[in-house]
Design a binder for this molecule. Sequence first.
Ligand code: AMP
Length: 284
Amino acid sequence: MLLHSIIEVREQIKEWKKQGLTIGLVPTMGALHNGHKSLIEKSVEKCDKTVVSVFVNPIQFCPGEDLDKYPRTLDADNELCDKAGVDIVFAPTPKEMYGEGHILSNDFLTYVVPPYFYTDKLCGKSRVGHFDGVCTVVNKLFNIVQPDYAFFGKKDMQQLIILKKMVNDLNIPLEIIPCPIVREDNGLALSSRNKYLTEKGKENALALSKLLFNIKVCYNKGITDTSALSETAYSFLNENHSLEYLEFRDKDTLEEKKIADNNTVVFIAARVENVRLIDNIELN
Ligand code: AMP
């Protein structure tokens, strides 16, 4: 069932709650691929009813980012959801979510701002305000859908960590279910933004996952010094990659690690053909 209005979603949810059914929510920005599909399948398996939101959230894009050109494929998304057994695809307009002026008008003024310690690093450093936009829209979706479970991919590990903190800090009555990163057979992490890459670009993008896998191999051989582990990564990069960060951080607190351990995540962001790609690997 494809719904565009908050009222219609609320009515259906009310009905399901009355019947005592459990509800799973999978928030997405659409252009669905097998990564999204894996989250959807988890929800369909675990919950009585599954809601997938498809919303390119304007307030999580920074000026100059790809808000206008972000792929929008609602028909195909709806079909994929249908086949996967999704009960509601919720695809609101920006106006439905943020009112007449969309944003920065009196229609919408209240933001959920996650702790600075979590947002001043990694993606938050270059994407200032991004996680405020994410936390705000996810909170709104939580309030609209009132799910028992919400499914998020480890592909966006910083986002997942921040959202877990938000749910905990604000006593939001649901459980976040983290889902593994889905990759192509060659290792490339699936992303809606891969659509911007040429075939050559996709080949070059492989360096990100390759260097992460190699770091894990080195860690498993006993190298724990993170500067030594970083050194092993640079040989995978060349003039086709513009590295934004390669960092070793704690899985729960995002604190930097000088010595890697089983609670360490290696985060990378780099541009290939000017497309900003992110990936990460857990060292456990
Ligand atoms: P997006 O549409 O990019 O906002 O992503 C929606 C959800 O799908 C987020 O929780 C992402 O982490 C998750 N996701 C995106 N790509 C992948 C992937 N390759 N593997 C697992 N989850 C993913």
